[in-house]
Design a protein around this ligand. Structure first.
Ligand SMILES: [Mn+2]
Length: 368
């Protein structure tokens, strides 16, 4: 049986190479063979059905951990699990439909300023930053509140990096207010563009700031939704049901080489251009940031961090700390310690936020 290159397999299965790599990392679908020298993956045509099944289950919204648990099962067992999963989805949808109907009536009847949240959640957070062991100044800036969680990692030499990251975090402050979920992405887009033009204005009036720039990864919470804006190589992670997910994509040279299959994950750490950032908020150019809208759930734990953490700590090490720490402050302290133990080559900043159900007394809506 002739094997297929990952590109051929991606086209035939209508999955992106990125999705195939993710499925491999998660143990959902491993290549039939991996070239020991080049790291190139090859798949068997017989794996197409498995690939399509994984893609369909993803489209239905089944969590990765659950897909993982059914892969390899006989078809009948997968069918039974899918039926059970779908019953749960419909039960949740039905509960949300009831709540939405209640809210629509409530809002149109009284016209109060109550926010249209359909779940009552609270955010507990902590922020920690450290200069590290090899730098003289800390050019990271951060912000944390119950609504806005942000990290910016400045660059540009002398004090310019600190100026850039501080200015961008300041430009985000207006987001620390009640924003309807439907307006989150527009608000984030506006804030990041304002931040970019602020950098350009500052550089125009002070030539020593011409080369400055900063990364930005920021989360804004509205009810059960979260808006995310991201540019550069800072990261956001989500720990949900014990699984760690990186929810931002690095805008770096090595990430783009990885995406194109030109290097392997093992080659990243020693790549000569590993610190080269392809997109950031800079004074002399206008790059687009990534925007996302996500649902948050009670017991989610979010981490926003500068590369001072993930350049020395891999996902397993970060996940281990996030799973164990009793509260956000413990987690943030332990993550900083992890970066220092790894040599502290860079400034390191960690914002950790837990999503918790609101205490009953604070619940605005009684669904009964
Ligand atoms: Mn950094």
């Amino acid at each position: 049986m002739a094997s297929m290159t990952s590109g051929e397999f991606a086209r035939a299965s209508r999955l992106s190479p990125k999705a195939l790599r993710l499925y491999d990392e998660l143990g959902l679908l491993s290549p039939a063979e991996v070239d020991p020298v080049t790291g190139y993956r090859r798949y068997a045509p017989a794996q197409l059905e498995q690939a399509r099944l994984v893609a369909w289950l993803r489209r239905l919204g089944m969590p990765l951990a659950r897909i993982q648990s059914v892969t390899g099962m006989p078809r009948a067992a997968v069918a039974a699990d899918l039926a059970e999963y779908w019953r749960q989805v419909e039960a949740e949808m039905s509960a949300r439909r009831d709540l939405a109907a209640f809210l629509i009536g409530y809002l149109s009847g009284r016209g109060t300023s109550m926010s249209a949240n359909n779940e009552q959640l609270v955010i507990r957070y902590s922020v920690r930053s450290d200069v590290g062991l090899q730098r003289d100044v800390n050019e990271d800036s951060a912000y944390a509140s119950t609504r806005l969680l942000a990290v910016a990692d400045g660059m540009g030499g002398h004090a310019a990096g600190e100026v850039a990251s501080t200015a961008v975090i300041d430009a985000l402050r207006p987001l620390d207010t009640e924003i309807p979920a439907g307006e989150l992405l527009d608000a984030l887009d506006h804030a990041v563009r304002t931040a970019g033009s602020k950098l350009r204005h500052m550089a125009a009036s002070d030539p020593s700031l011409a080369g400055m720039g900063t990364t930005l990864t920021a989360l804004v919470v509205s009810g059960s939704h979260l808006g995310l804006v991201h540019i550069g190589d800072s990261r956001a992670y989500l720990l949900r049901d014990g699984e760690l997910y990186q929810i931002t994509h690095d805008h770096t040279m090595v990430q783009s080489l990885l995406d194109d299959g030109k290097i392997t994950p093992a080659e990243v750490a020693s790549h000569p251009q590993r610190s080269l950032i392809l997109r950031a908020l800079v004074a002399n150019r206008d790059y687009d940031a990534d925007l996302q809208l996500r649902e948050i759930q009670a017991r989610d734990r979010y981490l926003v961090c500068s590369d001072g953490l993930h350049e020395v700590a891999d996902a397993d090490a970060i996940a281990a700390v996030l799973r164990l720490a009793a509260d956000p402050d413990r987690a943030a302290k332990d993550l900083i310690a992890l970066a220092i133990a790894g040599g502290g080559p860079d400034n390191v900043t960690c914002v950790v936020a837990d999503v918790e159900p609101a205490p009953v007394s604070a619940t605005a809506i009684d669904r009964d």
